[in-house]
Design a protein around this ligand. Structure first.
Ligand code: FO1
Length: 308
């Protein structure tokens, strides 16, 4: 079965690490958010592409969810001693990826080519595609003004009240090579349990992707990132409330209703089944909290059963 997953960072990576254990990874393509990408000290950083790649390579940092396992921070310590800003914690091992990527970008290679090389070099068999090759940085409109994404997310710890998001330059961006084709040719498309505004939102905003989903013959299934009114990880529930949406699985389902076939909610949210069915979606339930390896595999197995 050919599957395409649309993914953000840590939540998606956990889910995908289960999926690659129950389906041949060669049958999986992951289309990854690049709205979080930014330049730091001249380096080109792609947090979500790296989180997915490291996780599927078994190199993920189990403490943070992002970055590399067994990390050290000697370079960051030296930069701090030199008076540089160090709120974005880049580890020594992770730095190698950014130096490699930045050099390839300077040589004129595309993000798609670099993502493919990094997955191959790290031994990842699934295909990892950026959503687009153009930089489309997420801008967060807040009560304190408009902030670059990592400034809002990491430096200010998501504290400012959010009023909306835009993705700079998105009108002129196009899907990365291969993206529209996999959306058209997959048997199933899975929207991972990722933040609908800052992880899945940028992917859907790339011109052509939302239409391709609406037109795709594939079964399209989303796994709720919200359980019992709270996000599995990160600020999704808070953002939903700040933006005037209901912070619930049905709030998420309503954001995807125009292209979705199946919505998977957590067993704890069975009471929302009817409100989601009323959106015209099939509703299934599963244990979606991925607290350990076994629960990631169990969730992936449940999803595959729903798709078969
Ligand atoms: N997230 C943080 O909350 N603090 C950090 O210092 C941090 C460093 C970091 C370094 C490399 C990398 O690939 C990701 C990193 N992240 C960090 C995560 C990153 O901000 C992601 O954009 C968010 O987690 C959203 O997916």
């Amino acid at each position: 079965m050919k599957i395409t997953a649309m993914a953000g960072g840590v939540g998606a990576a956990k889910f995908l690490s289960g999926l690659v254990q129950v389906l041949p990874p060669e049958e999986i393509t992951v289309v990854v958010n690049t709205g979080d990408d930014f330049r730091w000290m001249g380096l080109y950083i792609c947090p979500d592409l790296d989180t997915i790649t490291y996780t599927l390579a078994g190199l993920d940092n189990p403490v943070t969810g992002w970055g590399v396992r067994d990390e050290t921070y000697q370079c960051l310590d030296r930069l701090r001693a030199l008076g540089c800003e160090t709120w974005f914690a880049l580890g020594d091992r992770d730095l190698a990826t950014h130096v490699y990527r930045t050099q390839r970008i300077q040589q004129g290679d595309s993000l798609t080519e670099i993502a493919a090389s990094l997955s191959r070099l790290n031994g990842v068999a699934a295909r990892i595609l950026p959503m687009t090759d153009s930089p489309v940085p997420t801008m967060v409109h807040t009560e304190d003004g408009t902030l670059a994404f990592q400034d809002y997310f990491v430096r200010r710890n998501c504290q400012p009240q959010v009023q909306g998001f835009t993705f700079e330059g998105i009108e002129n961006a196009s899907p990365a090579p291969g993206v529209l084709r996999v959306l058209q040719e997959s048997d199933a498309i899975i929207v991972c349990p990722s933040n609908p505004f800052i992880s899945i939102g940028p992917i859907l905003a790339v011109p052509g992707i939302r239409d391709a989903l609406r037109e795709s013959p594939a079964t399209i299934l989303a796994v709720s990132p919200i359980v019992a009114g709270e996000a599995l990880k990160g600020p999704a529930a808070v953002m939903m409330r700040q933006l005037g949406f209901e912070a619930s699985a049905s709030g998420v389902a309503s954001l995807y209703r125009d292209f979705l076939d199946v919505f998977v909610l957590d067993r704890r949210d069975e009471s929302l089944r009817e409100s989601i069915s009323a959106l015209g979606l099939q509703v299934r339930s599963a244990d979606t909290i991925m607290s350990n390896e076994a629960s990631r595999v169990a969730l992936a197995n449940s999803i595959l059963e729903m798709l078969s």
